[in-house]
Design a protein around this ligand. Sequence first.
Ligand SMILES: *Cc1c(COP(=O)(O)O)cnc(C)c1O
Length: 379
Amino acid sequence: MSEYPFLDLQALNAPFSQQIRQAADRVMRSGRYIGGPEIDAFERELAASAGTPHAVGCANGLDAIRLILRGLIELGRLSPGDEVIVPANTYIATLLAVTDCRLTPVPVDPDEHTFNLSAPNVEAAITPRTRAILTVHLYGRVAWSPALRQLAIDRSLWVIEDNAQAIGAVSDTPGVCSPSLHTGGLGHAAAFSFYPTKNIGALGDAGAVTTHDLQLAQAVRAIANYGSDRRYHNIYCGLNSRLDPLQAAILRVKLPHAAAIGAARFARAACYNREISNPLVTTPAISPAVHDHVWHQYVVRIADGRRDHFRRHLADHGVATDIHYPTPPHLQPCYRGTLATGPLPVTERLASEIVSLPISTATSVAQAAEIARIINTYR
Ligand SMILES: *Cc1c(COP(=O)(O)O)cnc(C)c1O
């Protein structure tokens, strides 16, 4: 193992180990291994934290997005073939959910400083078939603004948040249909992932949907449970994508710490931004509003084809790094030539320049300062 691991999951969960054992024991003794009080309580607590009236647990983050889109289709609000605007530089799950529902993803270049969708780029991609914006709070930074909000309202677009990376982040701009400022409450509906590497991670797969819309919440809940609205009565051709009560109980231990985890990650990001001083390394934009970014990833840019050389320098000094993501979805073999995209120069350039540094709470601020010093010796 390197001296500075990228993400030590065991160390990340160690502070919670006693509470996690107690939570698991509670589930064991309850005899409720599907649904039950831990699921109900987790859904209530997640909805409260996102500022939405409804939350529905599900199996993972990809399913959370699929369930929202399937729900909107079942309710007649979206139809197969409708266009959904997505950031081109997202993780492929965002697009897989769209194509799985036979909707048409329209990948759009991000703003190169925030890595997120911008209103002008979204507006330029709108066609008469555009029905929804699937905004991704990439790397933990809120992808929402007064201009995006106004655009969604003016064009009557559904706003769906892919909140896999930004649990606990707070926007300056209220939601499209509510005063909520929390990610997960900004759109009509939002998808959460609790994959173990996320800011709030389960000990396995887990996900959830939050929404302001009772009908959509009911549709999502039914679709995730075989399309069943009551026992042995199936109103949709559904799937099995239920949240595991064991994971729900574990997530209830960690969920109250979402804001603190975001703030701890911000402290590491602020250290990097303060200490990294190397003309070959571009650090990410950091806003003084501490809460609008929970730093799921800390991503620097290395230009001129030197990225691999830079990563080797860090590896030689014991610093593990990663790339999120080396190949954008539209260039993946499964999508090659099938997505109707214009040129995506920003996405493709970013994919060749980005490097993620260790940022989790398992990396101390002092270690971040040491990593910055190692970066400053790169030539
Ligand atoms: C992790 C992630 C997902 C998928 O979540 P899973 O729980 O792994 O299915 C979707 N979108 C983004 C942006 C993610 O980072």
